[in-house]
Design a binder for this molecule. Structure first.
Ligand code: ZN
Length: 217
């Protein structure tokens, strides 16, 4: 009944094109987007300096990129459920499995004050629910850094982010296989730096997953 009324007041819409979704379906993506979004090929894994793999269901392009920007910059936090489920599906199908804990790439206190929410944390909470694996805060951003998107090249991005994160809750990290969540992977510099901190704090292994993967230019 609650779901029926919710649907009456707020008809469900596809987060990628805003088209109405079939009220009887459990799908979160409309049939057209299911077909036409820039899905990555199965087992599309990015490699990083420290993490063992990074899985991403979509390329950061077209309607996927637009939706991710609305989620991140225009307060469309309700997208987290659909986007988190897409990440979880990709991890379930292509990941190595055996994760003990889910964590996320945190934002700085300054960005938190400005944005009001941490997009990667919202995604991690949904991935946690979908995969039934606990979610814990394992990292902290120690200092504010200019957005990686304003810098080009791996060297500049690595320098920008070096030492920007630290591990918290070390007892929750030691010996664990961590699944680390972020919204997008470009060069992998941020995920590598976070992975480095988790490994130094005693993580057994770190795998990553993001909603989008940047298209190579
Ligand atoms: Zn759609």
């Amino acid at each position: 009944m609650k779901k029926f009324i919710e649907n009456l007041v707020y008809p469900r819409r596809c987060v990628f094109c805003s088209g109405f979704l079939d009220k009887n379906s459990n799908e979160d993506v409309c049939s057209e987007c299911a077909e036409k979004l820039p899905w990555t090929k199965k087992k599309c894994k990015s490699k990083g300096e420290f993490f063992s793999e990074c899985l991403s269901p979509l390329y950061y392009d077209g309607k996927a990129g637009e939706a991710l920007r609305r989620f991140k910059f225009m307060r469309k936090t309700s997208y987290a459920r659909c986007m988190g489920k897409l990440i979880a599906d990709c991890v379930r199908e292509n990941g190595k499995g055996d994760y003990d804990v889910i964590a996320w790439v945190p934002i700085s206190a300054r960005r938190m004050r400005k944005r009001g929410y941490c997009q990667a944390k919202l995604l991690a909470k949904e991935v946690s629910k979908a995969l039934d694996i606990k979610c814990s805060r394992l990292l902290r951003k120690r200092r504010h850094t200019p957005p990686q998107s304003t810098l080009s090249g791996l060297a500049a991005r690595k320098a920008n982010i070096s030492g920007a994160f630290s591990a918290v809750n070390k007892s929750g990290i030691a010996g664990s296989s961590v699944l680390l969540i972020d919204d997008v992977i470009t060069t992998g510099a941020t995920l590598s730096e976070c992975t480095r901190m988790l490994l130094m704090a005693g993580a057994r292994n770190v795998s990553c997953a993001t909603l989008c993967k940047s298209v190579k230019k």
